[in-house]
Design a protein around this ligand. Structure first.
Ligand SMILES: [Zn+2]
Length: 305
């Protein structure tokens, strides 16, 4: 298989390939190091190293693996299982549950499936990290704190639209500690392409944003933008309740927002093989994560290569 080779296959073909552990190692190796192995420790590049799971650097002598320093760091499971998890995720929108993943992969432990689902949700961040353009409705929502003793969980949202009431399907949501002009400015800077038209419902606390990043800001005095946002927030609340999320620290996590955004956005990516590679690439772009990261109590770090 040549370097940089993109997947071009049907369900049956890729199903067979994923049973081949060596193919999985080679494919991930080429996604991670398309121009040849780069030592995660010293940065030394070796273009002639063939794709293998374990590599010893000729310069510093340290041993690394194709998953070292990534979201899959220290995983003892076969790589083919991770490939199957990603493929399963792509084909089971919007019915993703930890129990189903556990059954699909044959894990005896629910905890292992919980960790894997958390990592998959992190990989889905690539869709939230994309930018919306054109007409973008920006708003905010919240979920009540659990058991009546925690603060509400706030989030900001951007909905890419063709015209008011007609969405493209691209939705971005980000967890924030509070909804104000500062958090909204940071969110818009990250998620809205400069030069876009940003529509803000008039009831929001950040309608003073008018001259940032070359965007045109419109305060929507009709109920159109507000209705779009209210519908989406209601969908999210119902979905969240239906999933019966009970994260260990009772926090709304960014991973849960990622999953909901992916459900809204998945139809924009009809090429499942390309999507598969994008999710694999996302998984190796993150560094190792702890259970605290997966439960939303801490932010994950980017990987080194
Ligand atoms: Zn090295």
């Amino acid at each position: 298989m040549s370097r940089n080779a993109a997947l071009s296959c049907d369900d049956h073909e890729i199903g067979n390939l994923m049973n081949d552990e060596q193919w999985c190692v080679g494919h991930l190796f080429n996604l991670r190091w398309p121009d040849g192995f780069v030592c995660p420790f010293c940065g030394h590049r070796e273009r002639t190293v063939q794709p293998v799971r374990k590599i010893t650097c000729r310069l510093c002598g340290r041993l690394s693996t194709v998953t070292s320093g990534t979201l899959l760091h220290s995983s003892k499971k076969q790589l083919s299982l991770w490939f199957k998890a990603v493929w399963w995720l792509i084909h089971n929108v919007p019915d993703l549950t930890i129990t189903l993943l556990q059954k699909e992969l044959g894990f005896a432990s629910y905890q292992t499936a919980w960790i894997w689902m958390g990592k998959l949700r992190l990989a889905l961040q690539i869709f939230v990290n994309e930018v919306s353009s054109g007409t973008v409705i920006v708003g905010a929502g919240s979920l009540p704190g659990k058991r009546g003793r925690l603060e509400p969980h706030h989030f900001l949202m951007a909905v890419e639209s063709i015209a008011c009431g007609r969405m493209t399907g691209r939705v971005q949501m980000a967890r924030v500690d509070s909804v104000d002009a500062l958090s909204a400015a940071g969110f818009i800077k990250k998620h809205v392409r400069p030069g876009s038209t940003v529509v803000l419902p008039e009831c929001l606390p950040f309608t003073s944003l008018t001259d940032m990043a070359g965007n045109l800001y419109i305060i929507d005095e009709s109920e159109c933008a507000g209705t779009v946002l209210d519908d989406l927030i209601q969908q999210f609340s119902l979905w969240y309740e239906r999933k019966k999320y009970r994260p260990v620290n009772l926090q709304l996590t960014q991973g849960q927002l990622n999953e909901f955004c992916f459900i809204q956005t998945a139809h924009l990516y009809p090429d499942k093989c390309r999507l598969f590679d994008r999710l694999l690439a996302a998984a190796i772009s993150y560094g190792p994560v702890s259970a605290e990261c997966l439960s939303g109590a801490a932010q994950p770090e980017r990987g080194r290569s």
